[in-house]
Write a protein that binds this ligand. Structure first.
Ligand code: 0L1
Ligand code: MG
Length: 262
């Protein structure tokens, strides 16, 4: 680690305040160009602890930048991982106040709900499928706290990988009934399709992203507990949303899930 604990705490507080007050900031590596990966996750962990202290409950995790489309959009080559709190969860068909966010975008995701703990190292697609209770469609609302979504990988990890809100819904189905690689996905904004894809866009198989997450957490002495919600990563590029927009995600064999922005 290159940062001392006081700097980690200060940066965590700064990023969480930006999140809670819906105001943007410049990327933190501008001030701390030497910070490393451990610093970035230490800042994210500090934000997680702060939310737990304020009564939020950890409900799961997310993998980000897992599709070639997203990696290309962001100019990176490695996935990133973040956490999900109950406070981020919006009911199916629910509304999000655009004013409570900075510049939200939506991503279509295949969601895993686990029935057994997953702990790396050594997790792979098979262990993930064995520990999965069911699969659902989900829309992630990302909202980078960085001005104009301009960041580097370390800054975005510290910022909990832009996590802001998510909704899950549609039909819950056992993974064994589905071929997650060939599931077709259509994201609609105001009734118009805006992006299309298939599950294989996420690292060849969405369960591979969950395995990478479990191995990442295992290396840090953590696991994915049973009953966790895992957003496995955006299947297409993120789409910007504005007040009045209605977003629907349809996934083959899994029904649809939707959100409104007011
Ligand atoms: O979930 C994601 O893929 C987002 C990762 C962070 C990068 C971004 O804000 O687009
Ligand atoms: Mg995502």
């Amino acid at each position: 680690m290159k940062l001392d604990q006081i700097s980690v705490m200060r940066l965590a507080e700064h990023l969480e305040t930006c999140e809670l007050q819906a105001r943007d900031t410049v990327k933190i590596t501008d001030e701390y160009p030497a910070m490393d990966w451990d610093d970035a996750y230490a800042i994210q962990d500090e934000i997680r602890r702060s939310k737990l202290r304020r009564g939020n409950r950890l409900v799961g995790f997310k993998a980000g930048l897992t599709s070639h489309a997203k990696m290309k959009q962001m100019g990176v080559t490695t996935p990133v991982f973040g956490f999900l709190m109950d406070a981020f969860c919006v009911p199916e068909g629910g509304e999000i106040a655009v004013k409570s966010l900075i510049h939200p975008k939506v991503e279509p995701e295949i969601v895993f709900v686990t029935k057994a703990p997953l702990r790396g190292p050594g997790c792979h697609v098979g262990t993930v499928l064995a520990a999965t209770d069911f699969i659902m469609p989900g829309i992630e609302v990302i909202d980078s706290r960085y001005r104009d979504f301009k960041f580097d990988l370390k800054s975005v990890i510290a910022d909990n990988t832009s996590a802001a809100r998510f909704v899950v819904g549609g039909q819950a189905r056992p993974a064994a009934d589905l071929d997650l690689r060939t599931l077709g996905v259509v994201l609609e904004r105001n009734g118009e399709p805006v992006s299309f894809g298939a599950g294989a866009a996420v690292l060849g198989h969405p369960a591979a992203a969950v395995a990478m997450l479990a191995n990442h957490l295992g290396a840090r002495g953590e696991e994915i507990p049973a009953g966790s919600i895992i957003l496995s990563g955006g299947i297409t590029e993120a789409a910007a949303v504005a007040t009045g927009d209605h977003v629907t995600l349809r996934i083959q064999d899994l029904g649809s899930v939707s959100l409104r922005f007011q």
